[in-house]
Structures are given as structure tokens and as C-alpha cells.
Design a protein around this ligand. Sequence first.
Ligand SMILES: [Zn+2]
Length: 136
Amino acid sequence: MVKVMKKIVKTPEEWRTELSQEAYRVTREAGTELPFSGQYYDFREEGTYHCICCGEALFLSGEKFDSGCGWPSFAAPAEASVVEERVDTSHFMVRTEVVCSHCDAHLGHVFTDGPAPGGLRYCINSVALKFEPDSE
Ligand SMILES: [Zn+2]
């Protein structure tokens, strides 16, 4: 089944009222939180990481690994369709930006130095995520 994503579009003013200043800076202005500063880089509970902006389930704790880079790192998104990748040439580098495909929130970047078999490392800002533990 093909999941049709309906984009969430809000004005900067609307996002500003819903998000913390830091979450707004990262997700809506493509900022980056300081390494080792976020809530989830050293966090090992089982559950799901949702988009701070729209609540979409983006990453699962089972794909999280300790990359030592100072940001939460995942080998894969919860589903391929929940994130979009874009070429980012800012800061004199060519990187692949990762955004929420539901609301275009900037999440972080994906790098190709991740663990086997996929070899990907989704390096995501904690402040772009909201963790919910598995209910049981
Ligand atoms: Zn979102």
C-alpha cells in the first residue's frame, strides 16, 4: 500500500508558538544543536522517536546505535517514506540533509559511515525528536 503523505504547512509564526526556541532554530532554520548537549545522544530506552513538529514516527530505538558523534544516530528510519533526503551544500560541504517528509522539519544529516549492512548513519538532533517509550 502506498502511503500518501499530506504535507503539514504552517507559517513561521505558528511554528514559533508551538516549538521551543531551540527546536524552532534546528527544525525550521536547519540549525544544529551542540554535540553531546542533546537529550537523546546517550539514551538507550526502547521506544519510538517522533517528529517534534508533527508527531510522525521517524526512528525506532532498535536502529539506534552509539556512534560517539554526540548526536543520536540511527542506522535507518522507521520507514523509508517518513524522511526525505536533500543535498545540502551549506558550510562549504556537500552533505545529505534529512527532513521529515510530513512537515519538512530539518532533522539532521545522513552519512555513509554507519554500521553494516546498510552502512548509513542518520545523525539527528535530539531537539528535533520526541521520544515515546514502548507501552507494555
Ligand atoms: Zn514532522
